[in-house]
Ligand binder design. Structure first.
Ligand code: URA
Length: 255
């Protein structure tokens, strides 16, 4: 009886491809394996289910799409999360497809399958002619935490200007600038002058061409723009331009 139930369950989960973000364990098993909650509770009570290789009997345990779930030692869900840092060159577009330019996805060469590559999305885009740190992932909870305005995650940029930078820029950036097209005032931006033509800028939002437009108010064109960090994720400057690498131990280190 028990083993036939188990076989039935395993046959069913193989034919169902359900993806979840977050769910209670009992609900997940019930839907994935097409069995009622009573039977799920029984399986859990019999200690036949593990989450991330730990046996559990907790029906209300919250799991996500990257939790490794096994029934009787057989995998019923296994999805790998990818967290990638790319050193974006100028001339490559932050898009998944483009007819004209090479895309950041095309630059990723980490032995990912084409399905794994297709699952990636970009965490905060850069303009075509901006270089530096681009993060990519298939974990939307992580990317949402990094990009949500509520979290005010600071992105650091190094900016080279055509004309000398003046100290009056500092307060103008800190006070915010009105962008009539979007009808918004930019959030306070920290600007530190590094030399006559170079500054570092910290943005907590990402308006269209924001840095170029802000310096544009002073008729000072941006010659070069390079992103060095997003929150606590710092571009590994030893990573050659155009190359990428996996970021490890991400789940305990969101910011
Ligand atoms: N601001 C810009 O103008 N361009 C970028 O790529 C990022 C911020």
């Amino acid at each position: 009886m028990e083993s036939s139930l188990s076989n039935l369950i395993l046959t069913l989960f193989n034919s169902i491809n359900m993806s979840i973000s977050r769910a209670r364990l009992d609900r997940f098993i019930s839907e994935k394996c097409q069995i009622n909650r009573k039977k799920v509770r029984l399986l859990l009570a019999q200690k036949r289910v593990s989450v991330d290789d730990v046996i559990t009997s907790d029906t209300a345990q919250i799991i996500d799409k990257f939790s490794l779930i096994k029934l009787d030692g057989q995998i019923i869900q296994e999805n790998q999360a990818f967290y990638i840092m790319l050193h974006k060159p100028i001339g490559v577009v932050c898009a998944t497809k483009d007819n004209k330019h090479k895309t950041v996805i095309e630059l990723i060469d980490l032995n990912l399958t084409s399905a794994e590559k297709a699952s990636l999305h970009i965490v905060g885009r850069l303009d075509l002619n901006t270089s530096g740190l681009v993060l990519l992932t298939n974990d939307s909870r992580w990317s949402e935490q990094l990009t949500s305005p509520v979290n005010k995650v600071a992105k650091r940029y190094l900016v080279t200007l055509k004309n000398p930078i003046h100290s009056e820029y500092i307060s103008a950036f800190a006070n915010g600038m009105y962008f009539s097209y979007e009808d918004i005032t930019t959030k306070p931006v920290e600007l530190n002058i590094l030399s006559q033509y170079c500054a570092e800028v910290f943005l907590t939002e990402g308006r269209y061409h924001q840095i170029k437009r802000m310096f544009g108010r002073f008729d000072n064109p941006v010659i070069a723009l390079h992103r060095t960090s997003i929150g606590s994720y710092i571009l590994d400057e030893s990573l050659p331009i155009g190359e990428s690498k996996f970021i490890e131990n991400i789940r305990s280190n969101i910011f």
